[in-house]
Design a protein around this ligand. Structure first.
Ligand SMILES: Nc1ncnc2[nH]cnc12
Ligand SMILES: [Zn+2]
Length: 340
């Protein structure tokens, strides 16, 4: 079973590049940039990764990323993530970054995007690992600040595929960002938003109807709303679900309670993703393994989840067809045939 997961071709659609910052790199970059940290060493920092909810994680997440200052820092961060993804047999990634968390500290947007894109392009040349980049607004900040960021991103429009919305969900509903999403859509950006992670199912509906997103990040609260579930299934709206994240942030108490299989078996286009793997205890293979070992997902379930990620991604139809064939061939090697 381990080789079934490790050899399965995978696509990752919900990954915050700043959430791949491992404690070892925090210390290495702090030293390189002459920054003093509040923690004695890597293990003291890792020991602090005990979260009671989303906000308790976000506090550490924004603190940790302050060591990221130069273009080379963003390259090194992204490259380390891509090496781990390549080792997990990930073939395509759609990566979020939080520009406001860096520009607020005086880091130029050109350094952030330049370093990330240089690593993404190297992975494409070296391993044919393809990617897209998604600019994410911080929802605890104002819509005016998001508009400012959208304007600052104009020179980098060609490197950016989409717009996302993350950070503290409760009290910062999708409706707060209606106008900036309309403006981004008019500029040709694809639209996604975090909704229904800690927030209610109504935020998922609002993200669809008001922000006009094509994909929901997390969306696990849909399990509380049968009519919404039926709509998500009917319209095949993808949900980028993050099992280990949900466990670490206490959205669920135990992996056996995770709604992934209930959503999958109800016909929703649910997908597996790692969110902030340096903080939540695992990259892509670890998330698939958690579903298998903690929730009892079958090889057929895992195969369908991988196929859903291809359906939900932003590759061309031709590229999707290649990956779909590879995933189905992988299943057949293990005696699991999927319908066409
Ligand atoms: N899981 C998550 N939810 C909201 N904002 C985030 N930023 C990084 N990870 C996040
Ligand atoms: Zn996220």
């Amino acid at each position: 079973m381990t080789s079934f997961i490790s050899e399965l071709p995978k696509v990752e659609l919900h990954l915050h590049i700043e959430g791949t910052l491992e404690p070892e790199m925090v210390f290495a970059l702090a030293q390189r940039n002459g920054i003093t940290l509040d923690y004695a060493d890597e293990s003291a920092l890792r020991a602090a990764y005990q979260f009671s909810d989303l906000q308790s994680f976000l506090d550490l997440y924004y603190q940790g990323m302050q060591v990221l200052q130069t273009e080379q820092d963003f390259f090194d961060l992204t490259w380390a993530y891509l090496e781990r993804s390549h080792a997990d047999n990930v073939r395509h990634v759609e990566v979020f970054f939080d520009p406001q968390a860096h520009t607020e500290r005086g880091v130029p947007l050109a350094a952030v995007i330049g370093g990330i894109v240089r690593a993404l392009e190297q992975a494409r040349r070296q391993w044919s690992l393809t990617s897209r980049l998604i600019l994410s607004f911080l929802r605890h900040l104002s819509q005016a600040a998001a508009f400012d960021t959208l304007r600052q991103a104009e020179p980098f429009r060609q490197q950016l595929s989409g717009i996302g919305l993350d950070s503290a969900e409760q009290g910062n509903p999708p409706t707060k960002f209606a106008q900036v999403y309309a403006a981004a859509q008019a500029q040709g950006y694809r639209l996604v938003a975090h909704a229904g992670e800690e927030g209610p199912a109504s935020y998922i509906r609002d993200a669809l109807d008001i922000l006009k997103v094509e994909r929901i990040d997390h969306g696990v609260a849909a399990i509380d709303d049968a009519p919404l579930m039926a709509r998500l299934a009917q319209e095949r709206i993808p949900l980028t679900v993050c099992p280990l994240s949900n466990l670490k942030l206490q959205v669920i108490n135990d992996m056996s309670e995770h709604p992934m299989l209930a959503l999958l078996h109800a016909g929703l286009c649910v997908t597996v993703n790692s969110d902030d793997p340096a903080y939540f205890g695992g990259y892509m293979n670890a998330n698939y393994r958690a579903l298998q070992q903690g929730l009892g997902a079958s090889e057929r379930d895992l195969l369908q989840l991988a196929l859903n990620s291809v359906e939900a991604c932003w590759l061309s139809p031709e590229e999707k067809a290649v990956l779909t064939r590879e995933i189905k061939a992988h299943g057949e090697k293990f005696g699991v045939a999927m319908a066409n």
